[in-house]
Ligand binder design. Sequence first.
Ligand code: UD1
Ligand code: UDP
Length: 365
Amino acid sequence: MVAVLTVVGARPQFIKAATVSRRLHSMSGMEEVLVHTGQHYDENMSDVFFEELEIPKPDRYLGIGSGTHGSQTGRMLDAIEQVLLEEKPDWVLVYGDTNSTLAAALAAVKLHIPVAHVEAGLRSFNRRMPEEINRVLTDHASDLLFAPTQGAVENLRSEGLPEDRIHLVGDVMYDAALYYGVKADNESRILDTIDLKPKEYILATVHRAENTDEATRLRIIFEGLRQASKEVPVVLPLHPRTRKALEREEIFTKASRHLQLIEPVGYLDMVMLEKNARLIATDSGGVQKEAFFYQVPCITLREETEWVELVKVGWNRLVSPLKVQDVIESIQAGLAFWAVGQYPAGLYGEGNAAQRIARVLEGVR
Ligand code: UD1
Ligand code: UDP
């Protein structure tokens, strides 16, 4: 029996882990202990995903909550170490690039427990992003590097990481999009609930630290969206970080007069909103890819992206939120639906990334 201890903590990790957890639970030679750090804890940032994604509730809930990077990561490190000493797993499995990812990788590697990293090799090459530090350090602490794309494999190679650790498996979020996309069609009623018509609205999400902590960028993004809403309604499920930032800058009331600001939604409702949007404007990593999976044009409100292939093939455009006019023009171009050429298949694998990850873990006892 191979004992895998999975550590998750933030919204996108529940979605990524769902596909792999389901696979691990279906294999007779594998067992999984699921640990939730509690980095995200609001009902609509955490519990809703465990209910909708058909994954078992976490075996361990560490209740770490929010804090500065040092304090949050430090408390996680301490708590995860205790769990690892008790559980003694064969593998620690981590996802993405959050503080929960780094804390788990560091706790494990110091105890000589091998680490497997899903979504290895992504780089923005912007070292001011907390996620960039988290992913670089996690990759270099890991024994298995599950890369979602060829570009990610090349990044790992160029940093000198050994070839035998690297596995190109595809993207678990593509697996999720295929599986839950159908479920969303059957179960989500969000369009009726918030009175939106297919292809007649823009879906926006904003939560990146660089866009919420810096008042100028935050103001420019929301002014750009406000102007766009004169033409097409804009719906924006509001991350709690962004709500706090809008309140801090005293622009929440104005924004809510023009934009449809709603609470964070569950994954099935989010997928439904994505599929039916005319355009997506976002600074989220996951949402950029989901836009592509559902063939919706996407504007990314950042200077760079880790998902470079989407920009290369023309399904995603970057816009630096430093001038309102740039944001408006980019939204207008998106609404006119730029000529994207054909839709390239296979950029993110074949939808069997979870299966391939589970097989590799099973093989290296
Ligand atoms: C984190 C990740 C980011 C990821 C995002 C997904 C890090 C460094 N960042 O950013 O990579 O894209 O999750 O959503 O790990 N808050 C609540 N309720 C919650 C969770 C957060 O109110 O359930 C508020 C708190 O004020 C908190 C703030 O949001 O301080 C930020 O939360 P945090 O988890 O530190 O970072 P995210 O911005 O969510
Ligand atoms: N998401 C969701 N509800 C929301 C906003 C996002 O279910 O209100 C999903 C989204 O579909 C994607 C994931 O959360 O699968 C992305 O998470 P987020 O944008 O918070 O983080 P990132 O991907 O940027 O790390």
